[in-house]
Design a protein around this ligand. Structure first.
Ligand SMILES: CC(C)(COP(=O)(O)OP(=O)(O)OC[C@H]1O[C@@H](n2cnc3c(N)ncnc32)[C@H](O)[C@@H]1OP(=O)(O)O)[C@@H](O)C(=O)NCCC(=O)NCCS
Length: 245
């Protein structure tokens, strides 16, 4: 699939049957960061203040502030008026009656200098974005986090294909558990994803409910050099639209 991220549209209504993905830079000017910070809820500002490194703090403020800005556009509400609820494993969702009426679902991921957001109505989704560090993509890490089937697929590949394959696997697994909202409480060896570069993103197997295989669809996202990203969406009857903030 050819993927083009369209620059900052002025109007982005989210139709039923659409999934919107937004790519955004986390490198914000001090002024922009101040404005984004001013939209955060007290608990978010408190979380920001607890980061040890200023860069991590600023990236959290940028990622949350931009999330509020995007949600505010979809809901036609001021970003600072939005309230988040959190699932048992920390997945954020929108609280409040107005948001519930629109059944707007979202998920986000941030890594290095980029954030990635996904939005849809009435269907769950999860996204993951990773800055690809070849030194991280070792066999020991794969054996610890991936299923036996995934590790053996990885081993069939020539050395130069292993880093992209590793991050295909990582982002698809992470996007799947984020779509389910269970975080790492869902065993990572209880399901298999495709990972070979050039092959379609797919959930290949599950040791749990077999209906999972048709419940979700997966896509790899081309967000930029040195990044890997994936989105997992409930169902198949939708169109993906890609925006650049
Ligand atoms: C928290 C977790 C959901 C994602 O963590 P992550 O990959 O480090 O971070 P990402 O940037 O992709 O996602 C963070 C965002 O996901 C959202 N999130 C948090 N908990 C979530 C959950 N249970 N489900 C879905 N989304 C969640 C939040 O919006 C969070 O953003 P925030 O900084 O604004 O709070 C969880 O899966 C985790 O701890 N992963 C650790 C990484 C790992 O070992 N992965 C193995 C992959 S094979």
């Amino acid at each position: 699939m050819t993927q083009t991220w369209v620059n900052l549209p002025t109007d982005t209504p989210l139709a039923d049957g659409e999934v919107h993905l937004w790519r955004a830079s986390l490198a914000q000017t001090p002024d922009a960061l101040r404005r984004l910070h001013s939209t955060l809820a007290p608990d978010e500002a408190a979380k920001a203040a607890r980061f040890h490194f200023p860069r991590d703090r600023d990236h959290f403020i940028a990622a949350r502030g931009l999330l509020r800005r995007l949600l505010g556009r979809y809901l036609a509400q001021p970003p600072d008026s939005l309230r988040f609820a959190y699932g048992a494993y920390g997945k954020p969702s929108l609280g409040g009656a107005a948001a519930a009426a629109q059944d707007l679902r979202f998920n986000l991921s941030h890594s290095h200098e980029l954030a990635l957001y996904a939005f849809a109505r009435g269907r769950e989704l999860g996204v993951d974005l990773e800055h690809m560090r070849p030194d991280f993509a070792g066999e020991d890490i794969a054996e610890r986090f991936f299923s036996a089937r995934e590790v053996s697929m990885l081993r069939t590949l020539p050395a130069e294909a292993r880093t992209p394959a590793f991050f295909n696997c990582w982002t698809r697994k992470e996007a799947y558990i984020k779509a389910r909202g269970e975080g790492l409480s869902h065993p990572l060896d209880a399901f298999d994803v495709s990972l070979i570069p050039g092959e379609p993103a797919a959930l290949l197997g599950t040791r749990g409910d077999p209906r999972e295989l048709t419940r979700w669809s997966l896509h790899s996202l081309d967000v930029g050099e040195a990044y890997a990203a994936a989105v997992v969406v409930q169902g198949t009857d939708y169109t993906l639209r890609l925006w650049q903030l």
